[in-house]
Design a protein around this ligand. Structure first.
Ligand code: UGA
Length: 433
């Protein structure tokens, strides 16, 4: 099929590459000429395992191309996917101006039937608005349908998630549009759930909120485990073994961050408030998430007494492993907090250093080139992102290079028994045993 993706960010680019990989002919549109140039040169602007080779392969096979022209995109695709940012506003509600702008741009070039798909994460009822906008600006009588098709990929495993999805959600109002969408996804051999547009839009916010709820549940348990002398990892294993609960997303730590959960939970709260059906449970999810960082910093302060001028090492800046994304990263919040209290902080991250160096806090910290270099002479080590390479650092070398043997493990990455064997004082999250 001929498909067009408008917006070549995380979701747009990965979706475009995966559609091309299964044989579709894909045009990716982006209004940033520099980004398009980079992509045409076979480079990708993000670190995502497997994506660069997929883009290169499909560009070479002429199934994937990039352009700045929306007209070219509308002309090419039977189905037009909108994958532009939906950033948060100060009150938590979603800024839909990019979606509205793309809807207007598309309508200008529409002259025969197209399916216009919302792939971006949007509040319920956005599809109705997109349809109204296109109707208002398009030539009279031109046929189109609007569909909601939320994306559930995770950064760091985006290609695998897209190629082998748990489910595809297609929210549409006409058989014609739904049939075309089913054809788009036929090569993926994944379960397809067909719904109305509003339900599909709600599924996305409801899914992300539920995952965040699981994380906050584990984090609330971690505090109880610390107070009662229990181990949150064992508790998560014990409850997660029940298939109805499931072990995933019950890892206690510094809380959730990234470009999706914090924004989507705030948006869902704002949407529910606007509709007069407040979702107060989610406010508690947010509160627990913030409390996890505060408790962690309190623990460091309590153990080290004074933070001012303390030489501290922080491992991890990305919001999670296998990505260079530092947007709303809890690791960065931790570093900022330590710096604001006058600590002398050296950081290391395997992939996220370049992106972190663009942020305001960067001038106030030192960047090391390896985990051990960051820890050299440190009076404490803070683990803020659970990169696998941190787990394999030689604890005896680490002990030798640090000035004082103290580890604050915000992601429960290191085995407390091994840490103690090498003479470290160790504090994890929810490990009261
Ligand atoms: C999340 C969802 O998992 C995807 O399904 C969704 O498509 C995506 O948002 C989106 O809306 O675009 P992502 O933000 O890439 O994906 O990352 P996750 O793997 O979900 O992790 C989010 C945060 O939760 C990270 O900060 C991670 O460290 C934290 N987390 C995750 C925990 O603290 N504990 C856990 O058990 C799991």
């Amino acid at each position: 099929m001929k498909l067009t993706i408008i917006g070549s960010g995380y979701v747009g680019l990965t979706t475009g590459a995966c559609f091309a990989e299964v044989g579709h002919h894909v045009v990716c549109v982006d209004n940033d000429p520099r980004k398009v140039e980079t992509l045409l040169a076979g480079q990708i602007p993000i670190y995502e395992p497997g994506l660069e080779s997929l883009v290169k392969k499909n560009v070479a096979a002429k199934r994937l191309r990039f352009t700045t022209s929306t007209e070219e995109g509308v002309d090419h695709g039977e189905v037009l996917f909108i994958a532009v940012p939906t950033p948060p506003q100060a009150d938590g509600s979603v800024d839909l101006s990019f979606i509205e702008k793309v809807a207007r741009e598309i309508s200008q070039f529409l002259d025969s039937y197209r399916v216009i798909v919302d792939k971006s994460t949007v509040p319920v009822k956005t599809g109705e608005r997109v349809a109204q906008t296109i109707r208002r600006y398009a030539k009279p009588g031109v046929e189109f349908d609007v569909v909601s098709n939320p994306e559930f990929l995770r950064e760091g495993s985006a290609v695998a998630d897209l190629m082998k999805p748990d489910r595809i959600v297609i929210g549409g109002n006409t058989d014609r549009a739904i049939a075309l969408m089913q054809k788009v996804y036929e090569p993926f051999a994944a379960p397809v759930l067909v719904t109305d547009i509003n339900s599909a839009e709600l599924i996305k916010h409801a899914a992300n909120s539920f995952l965040a709820l699981k994380i906050s549940y584990a984090n609330a348990l971690s505090e109880i485990c610390e107070a009662s002398g229990a181990d949150v990892i064992k508790v998560a294993e014990g409850i997660g073994a029940d298939k109805r609960i499931g072990r995933e997303f019950l890892n206690a730590g510094l809380g959730y961050g990234g470009s999706c959960f914090p924004k989507d939970i705030a948006a869902f709260i704002a949407i529910a408030d606007q509709m007069g059906t407040p979702f107060t449970l989610l406010k508690e999810v947010q509160r627990i998430n913030q409390r996890q960082i505060d408790r962690f910093i309190d623990g460091i302060r309590e153990a080290l007494w004074v933070l001012k001028d303390k030489k501290l090492a922080v491992w991890g800046l990305a919001f999670k492993p296998n990505t260079d994304d530092v947007r709303s990263s809890v690791a960065i919040s931790v570093v900022e907090k330590l710096v604001s209290e006058g600590a002398d902080v050296t950081v290391y991250d395997p992939k996220a250093m370049d992106k972190a160096k663009e942020l305001a806090f960067a001038s106030k910290v030192k960047f090391a080139t390896s985990p051990l270099e960051a820890a050299a002479g440190a009076e404490a080590l803070i683990i803020a992102t659970e990169w696998p390479e941190f787990a394999s650092v030689d604890l005896s070398e680490l002990r030798t290079t640090m000035r004082a043997p103290m580890i604050f493990d915000g992601r429960n990455l290191i085995d407390p028994v091994a840490a103690a064997d090498f003479g470290f004082q160790y504090r994890g999250i929810g490990r009261g045993v």
